[in-house]
Write a protein that binds this ligand. Sequence first.
Ligand code: PLP
Length: 230
Amino acid sequence: MNTTIADRLSIAQSRINQAAQKCSRMPNEIKLLAVSKTKPNSDIIEAYYAGQRLFGENYVQEGEQKIIELSANFPDIEWHFIGPLQSNKTKVVAEHFDWMHTLSREKIAQRLNDQRPPAKAPLQVCIQVNISQEDTKSGIDAEQVMALATQISHMPKLTLRGVMAIPTATDDIQVQQDEFSKLQRIYQHLQQHFDNIDTLSMGMSGDLDVAIANGSTMVRIGSAIFGDRA
Ligand SMILES: *Cc1c(COP(=O)(O)O)cnc(C)c1O
């Protein structure tokens, strides 16, 4: 690609602005999470100098390494863990990340809470909901979200901020619409019962418009900013 990371970030930002405009929302209600998994620190630094502060990582060890290497010089980067997490890896996320989007089990929540260093602010978490029509195993069923949210609300080193989903991979706008509106209803229901709920983490390159029309407050974009992954 001839374009730079800064160019592609600004294109992504204009897509967000346009999608917001189409549904009469303020663009600044929607945050851009730059998904930097598999990409080198030099790419993250380039995005940083273009103004980007929120970065998403999927793999525990890779994320830990990047945070250790970058946090001294770039302390205002906000690090989001967005990958699947096994219970034997929770300590790394608890000790290094600022956010965790893929929480779907009480056991993992309890470990993250217990392992969060006392000196650090609470880990900001989203519950991952399985809204997909595909039979994936990632995320908790919609009916169980409130129970997990109640458990999390009793954990002092976790702050529940909202919900996240990875929808069915499809170009079918109607399927996207159904799934995103389902997640939005869950989000609104949470807002009625808990404080601090302000994050609806949904929307990627291919479904940005539908996600934003359904209230997304954080879109996750990787390859459109950093290029294809090997
Ligand atoms: C990789 C990933 C993204 C970004 O995907 P791209 O196709 O690179 O834009 C977004 N969300 C999650 C959960 C991911 O794992």
